[in-house]
Design a protein around this ligand. Sequence first.
Ligand code: BGP
Length: 479
Amino acid sequence: MTEFPKGFLWGGATAANQLEGGYQEGGKGLSIADALPGGPERFKIVNQPDFNWTLDEKQYTYPNHNGIDHYHRFKEDIALFAEMGFKCYRFSIAWSRIFPKGDETEPNQAGLAFYDALIAECLKYNIEPVITISHYEMPLYLAQHYGGWKNKALIKFYERFADVVLTRYHKQVKYWMTFNEINSAFHFPVMGQGLVPANGANEMQNIYQAWHNQFVASALAVKMGHALDEKLQIGCMILYATAYSYDANPVNQLATLQHNQDFNFFCGDVQVRGEYPAYTNRLMNHFGFEFNDLDWTDEELALLKQNPVDYIGFSYYMSSTINETAADAELASGNLIGGVKNPFLKASEWGWQIDPIGLRIALNELYNRYEKPLFIVENGLGAIDQINDQHEVNDDYRIDYLREHIEAMRSAIADGVDVMGYTPWGCIDLVSASTGQMSKRYGFIYVDLDDAGHGTLNRYKKRSFDWYQKVIASNGATL
Ligand code: BGP
């Protein structure tokens, strides 16, 4: 049986806006996540033409603001991660804790003090911190007053933010990612880029301009990080969903190829290879513009070329199936990336089609394309868990999901793919990004909190907690 490499980074992943709470404590400014409506309709609401960035308490519902109160309970949470045997812990730094409005020149010391303490707590247990610099949480002020990432001014602001955290933590933190799921803006630019609909639809040209600005900002972070320490590992982070053609019809095969280019690969191609891919104008022409319509300079393109990322971080939850011809194919409702139902796969309660073999394919596709180390920084099953009177959660369905995906990862390693680590998403229950609710849970640790914000906030170990502890202790041999 293929073994996982020595030093394999087993751990778990979270994001500041989904668990910290304390949204106005320690001098933190508001972030876009603080102003997103709660509830399953959040993406519909933000795509209405009249959506704008206000903190409207009527529109806003629990629970983004309080998260799971990790801001006050991080020591308890990290101790539980340590008990599971985590080798690493992926979390993000809330930009608005460090620069409350985003365009200041001096950082907020209280915000830095929080991350000083969080990182120290990880290191106390020999847990390697893995930091996402920006995870769906830019300062709200930058979205309101600058229009989000389509404005080139944000490059400077992000550079300042990245400079502060890289300089402060580079001796303690080796692994970094510049933007969470950068390609997700294709479907929901509001979270990653702070863009709101223009004339009822997000204009694609804005999204590509925003991406270009993010690519430049990311390359600047890579450059700064390597100047501080050439051994720092700074990655990109892609939302990857393996895409299949619905059938052997060449029309669908071509659509699948283009879907892969447009969605799965475009951002990675720029960030890993350091240049815009050959299909860039094919893709942009489809949306009615071309690369030359964007605002870019030769210096920026040179910066991209000189500062590719060191590894590819990616999230993997599901695959998608591409169909352009079969009118009777049923749509895969619920998931945010679309496609049609794949008759060979089961889906989660949210319509995310569960596909461990698709992970093996993803790892092979990404490695064949880039030949750089891969880091699975999100994977997992969102489910409604039941807790009994003894505070037990028997989440065998989650164990099954994770086991099958870890087996697929092992097979990919046997295929020759270089995989650095695995950090399942939401290792402790937290607020869901797509629904803004607590009831969609991923954790090994149950948090007593409901969608209305009621609960003791007590933490309880689920059955998967003991299971994952054994997986890590055996370096993946016991599944
Ligand atoms: C990814 C995000 C995470 C996370 C996860 C699960 O897209 O990077 O922030 O939340 O998906 O999604 P959800 O919470 O919507 O189930």
